[in-house]
Design a protein around this ligand. Sequence first.
Ligand code: PEP
Ligand code: MG
Length: 850
Amino acid sequence: MIGIVAVSHSARLGEAALELALQMVQGAGARVRVAAGAGTDADGTPILGTDALAVAGAIDELAGDCDGVLVLMDLGSAVLSAELALELRLSDVPVRLAPAPFVEGLLAAVVSAAAGGDLDTVAAEASAALGAKTGQLGAEEPVPEQVAPSRPAGDAQTRRVLVRNPQGLHARPAALIAEASGGVDVRLRRLPDGPEAAAASLSRLLILGARQGDEIEISAHGADAAGALDRIAALFDDGFGEATDSLPGNGNGNGNGNGTGTGTGNGNGNGTGTGVGTGSAPEPVAPPRDAAGAVTAGDVLRGRGVSPGVAAASVVHLAPSLPEPDGGVVVAESERAAEVSAVERATVAVAEHLRARSAESTGEAREILDAARLIASDPELLADARALVLSQGRTAARAVWEAARSHETALEALGGRIAERVADIRDVRDRVIAVILGLDLPGVPEREEPFVLVAVDLSPADTAALGGGRCVALVTEQGGPTSHTAIIARSLGLPAVVGVTGATGIREGEIVLVDGDRGTVEVGPDEERVASARAAAVVVEFDGQGRSADGHPLALLANVGGAADALAAAEARAEGVGLFRTEFCFLGRTDAPSVDEQVIAYRGVLAAFPGRKVVVRTLDAGSDKPLPFANVDDEENPALGVRGLRIARRSPRLLDDQLRALALAAAAESALVEVMAPMVATVEEAAEFAERARGAGIDRVGIMIETPSAALLATEIFEVVDFVSLGTNDLAQYTLAADRLLSELGDLNDPWQPAVLRLIGAVGAAGRAAGKPVGVCGEAAADPALAPVLAGLGVTSLSMAPRALGRVGAALAAVDQDACRRAADAALAAPTASAAREAVGAVLADVSGL
Ligand code: PEP
Ligand code: MG
């Protein structure tokens, strides 16, 4: 292990740099000492300076358990102290002084040391650390040479992965990769022809410049190569634990949001909680305006829904950003020092303010506020502003404006998602200028009443401040699905629509209905729609047990797409998992996941429900969820093509590997695993699947009922499987012959359609006769009004997005078995969907007030 001594003039700088570096490795395996400052004065104020004895002491302290010590220094005299310390130290451990940038060098050295680098490697890593920034900003300095030793001859094992997390390979993922490499010689290369980096090198990994959607080839060599590949590939697949969106190009435009529904229910988006679809956004069309230039009531504005849910409230506009400070003023030389002080004081005040807000926040909001704080205290920004004041006589405000602009331009030039970070710099710029000019801070106005915040764009700090406030939804004219607005909105559970052309033309105070699933903003909706949106927005807690008023149990389960969803579902007290959409673990993968990779992914979900039921669905690739490794052809009608279980006709190995992985994962965890196949149409398919699954070691095997054919054959299908689960999204699509992705056909894709209800009834009756369970895991399961009907039709469990659990639980608990049966009879007798809703409403009004 290599130890590191950080020598700084400022104790606060030293500690802060250390804190940052240790976050990269989460404190693991790093031995670092800070030798900073020159003590305190009589008032206890820290004295800036360095102390050679303290540096020597730090080296000696590390010498006991380190094979070598690298010393990093901030400014000139720190170098002198470090050199003197080499004379003064008592130990004889090898010591190297690194000519490296202090902060970047410390980060790179800590990561490299934690990954097991020797003194040469750690020192080279630190020295190369500026390369990432140089490369990113397009500066002309050459990027330092690869620091990893050349690879010995022999076969390397390789794996291809996709960058799934929205921010790409920034410092934290890079540090996780370095840590996961565990001393194995692992290299990463951005395909098709990007640079290569050693996994242990933080700076080289950053220079890869890998962004979401990029494909990376990982190769490993030597002992535990396979283990290192598995660990690193799992990190990529998990998006490094960051919120992931559906990747561009996977065609998953509409299947991934948490629908709450507003009463029209189109059967799409049965939630997994992993974000919302990134299908192509509608063409922006400027809405009509009245004579005063405002958007008129009755208009529906469209954009990209980036955070699911529905909310209605009056509009509040973000306070306008500050006007550009006058560039024509030249400050007299005698006053320039005072202007520089004004810049310095303002940046410190803004950084402190952001630090205080970050201390009150959690999760992603905290990370974003911390990032803004780091921009406010960025020494380069400050140095640029200072230079503009001193050399050109700019006012303090103007200097900050211009310094920020050059940083913005550099980011904009990089394009794509990195350019989305420009809002971060503008936000900090405006805060600093407001402090300099003594103005109110720009940002989100405070209100007593709930409101929908409308803005051209939102700064990350504004968005992060929304948690716990009265804001119920966000609408912006700019921004993309990976912008901070989108990330924070999702983490706060606020419906959000971005890219809404003309949104700022909606008058302040106007009521709007924001639908984050459909990407719409209705201006001046009628009262009924507002009332139902408001009711849908209130989260009702679930007590963890689904049952009718007379105590008859009906399990309420969760739909999940991966480990993060499963944890959220367990927190929401779901009784188990009724649908684990395994394809969500591998969206965007170009190669089939190995059995080992699958075991890791599945165990993540099973571990969240020890001793509880987890129903796993085998890959449902195709149609709205194509997987490149499973769906090879372009099909004329993918919804009617080789999707779901049908893929096993062409690639039986894919199914067998998955079943084997599921059996292994089930054996390793205590969850009660059941496995079902999607898109089954015939009894033969059901029988063959059951045989293969049992042969692979799965105890309980079922199928999804998603085709009218399977529903009509339920009696025979029950002879070969242990349970069924109704996928009402597809069942409605195939029964009504209406594409579930077309919102225009939403009225047909409705589980209340009598034909769908009658098919569900037939399956329920077959289940009762066979004494076997019948679940529902389509969007219908999340409709509280439908729950008593489904119970009456013989359904024994409902599986839904976790946030629907409370409402569905309450609806069931309000009615007894007899009422459920009467509601089911009324629904089955109705000739139309609306008649079914009305008839059921009339039956239940007496007993439950629903
Ligand atoms: C369904 O079709 O109802 C279902 C649950 O499966 P998916 O939505 O994933 O197609
Ligand atoms: Mg389906």
